[in-house]
Design a protein around this ligand. Structure first.
Ligand code: SF4
Length: 247
């Protein structure tokens, strides 16, 4: 048991050091890099690394207007815990008013197109504003989270926003994320303890049942291959690394 704990500790140190080295490189090579945080456990790991090591990386979040109360509380807790500014981007009010007038308040349940329109207004458009003028962005996506994320690489080119995009935890397991969170007493969303491994907008997120896919609780009424909101569209290409040449 003791040997297992020591081995887990060493593995955690190595994984944390790898992610930290990448964040250091991003901070030194991209003057206005930013972390897109939805305040999920992965984002909290990255926030902890950025805050503890004083990295020059900004943090922003998208307030869709439909987030769970627990997520709003966590935004304030993170701000207080790390004394870090978190930039909050909101949707365009007129676009929401028009959508609701035409379709109703909870139209996203009626079909993929209406759901994607809501995500476009509440998430995709504010994301484009958040990334305007940035030199790179960072996300907490992991390959193991879902079928739609199985091809996520640690370094990608985001073709939609024409920016380098980094996913430092792409090859982390869920266990590694939670081992880090506990070891470093990282603040996290209490909904994770209630069966919500992935947390988005309140009306579009439910708790999962034992054995279900991590993202099964997101847009649960849709088939698995639609389960993205447009924030993480696949890149055009993956940067080519040449042996012996620093990336
Ligand atoms: S997750 Fe649901 S409420 Fe949030 S933007 Fe998408 S459709 Fe709208």
């Amino acid at each position: 048991m003791l040997l297992e704990m020591i081995s887990a500790g060493k593995s955690l140190d190595r994984r944390g050091a790898e992610a930290l080295a990448l964040l250091h490189r991003i901070g030194s090579q991209h003057a206005s890099a930013t972390l897109a945080s939805s305040f999920g456990a992965e984002d909290m790991v990255l926030t902890n690394l950025i805050a503890r090591h004083g990295l020059p990386i900004a943090i922003f979040t998208l307030d869709t207007g439909r987030l769970p109360g627990e997520t709003y509380d966590l935004i304030d807790r993170v701000h207080a815990h790390y004394a870090l500014p978190v930039e909050v981007y909101c949707p365009d009010t007129r676009a929401i008013e028009s959508y609701v007038r035409d379709n109703g308040v909870n139209a996203f349940y009626r079909g993929v197109e209406l759901r994607q329109s809501c995500c476009a207004i509440r998430k995709t458009e504010p994301l484009a504003r958040a990334l305007a003028g940035r030199s790179a962005w960072i996300s907490g996506q992991r390959r193991a989270q879902s079928a739609t994320r199985s091809a996520v690489d640690i370094e990608e080119i985001d073709a939609v926003h024409a920016l380098p995009k980094f996913n430092p935890l792409a090859d982390w397991s869920e266990d590694e994320v939670w081992t880090y969170v506990r070891a470093h007493r990282v603040p996290y969303n209490p909904l994770h303890d209630l069966g919500f491994p992935s947390i988005g907008c309140a009306p579009c997120t439910r708790a999962i049942h034992p054995g279900e896919d991590i993202r099964a609780g997101r847009w649960w009424w849709e088939s698995a291959d639609h389960k993205e909101c447009g924030l993480h569209r696949r890149p055009l290409r993956i940067p080519v690394r040449i042996e012996g040449v620093p990336a």
